[in-house]
Design a protein around this ligand. Structure first.
Ligand SMILES: [Mg+2]
Length: 195
C-alpha cells in the first residue's frame, strides 16, 4: 500500500519535472523570439486557405473580373473559403513560439477590412500587397526569417527579400493552375500541405 503511494508520488514528481523543463525551454525560445521581434510570413490564397470558392463567387457576380467590385466580392466571401490544416497548424505553432505572424496576400485591399479582422487572432498583420511581385517590399521590412507560399512567385519574392522560403502545395481542386511548379526552384516542398 505504502509502496503504491510512493510510486504514485514519484511518477507525479517526474511528470512535474518534465513539464517544468518543457515550460522553461518554451519560455526561453519565446523570450528570444519576442526580443528579436522575429517574423514569419504566409501567403494567403492556396497557402492558408483554399479560396477557389470565393473567386468562383466573384466571377459569377455582375462585376467585371479584377475590377474593384470583383475584389470586394472576393475579399468579403471568406465564409466560403476553407482553412488548410497543416499550414494553419504551422502558423499557430510559430505564433505560440512568440513569432509575429504576417499574412501577405497578393490581392488588392478593396473591401478587405472584415477579412483582416477575421484573421486577427492568428496574424499580427494582414497585408494586401496588390500584386504577387510586390511581396518582397513587405518581406524586407521587419525581421522576417521564414516565408511560406504556394506559387513560384512566392518563392522568388521570398528569395529576393533574402528570407528562407518554403513551398506549400496547392490543392488539386484549386482553379488557379499558373505560377505553380513545386520543387522547380530547388526549394523545400512541405508534404501534406495541399489539404
Ligand atoms: Mg497563393
Amino acid at each position: 500500500m505504502l509502496k503504491a503511494v510512493r510510486d504514485k508520488a514519484d511518477k507525479t514528481w517526474t511528470w512535474f519535472k518534465k513539464t517544468l523543463v518543457f515550460m522553461s525551454c518554451w519560455g526561453l525560445v519565446f523570450s528570444l523570439v519576442t526580443i528579436g521581434e522575429l517574423r514569419v510570413g504566409f501567403d494567403y490564397d492556396d497557402t492558408i486557405v483554399f479560396s477557389t470558392p470565393a473567386f468562383a463567387k466573384a466571377f459569377k457576380s455582375a462585376h467585371q473580373p479584377f475590377s474593384p467590385g470583383f475584389w470586394t466580392v472576393v475579399n468579403q466571401s471568406y465564409d466560403v473559403e476553407e482553412r488548410k490544416l497543416l499550414p494553419n497548424v504551422l502558423a499557430w505553432t510559430f505564433r505560440i513560439l512568440g513569432f509575429r505572424v504576417s499574412i501577405i496576400s497578393a490581392r488588392p485591399s478593396y473591401g478587405g477590412e472584415a477579412l483582416q479582422k477575421e484573421w486577427r487572432y492568428l496574424a499580427h498583420d494582414f497585408i494586401f500587397s496588390n500584386g504577387s511581385t510586390n511581396k518582397h517590399r513587405y518581406l524586407t521590412k521587419g525581421n522576417y526569417v521564414l516565408y511560406f507560399g504556394d506559387s513560384d512567385s512566392d518563392i522568388l519574392e521570398g528569395r529576393k527579400a533574402k528570407v528562407l522560403s518554403f513551398r506549400v502545395k496547392r490543392g488539386s481542386k484549386s482553379s488557379y493552375k499558373e505560377d505553380y511548379h513545386p520543387g522547380a526552384l530547388r526549394e523545400i516542398v512541405i508534404p501534406f500541405t495541399e489539404f
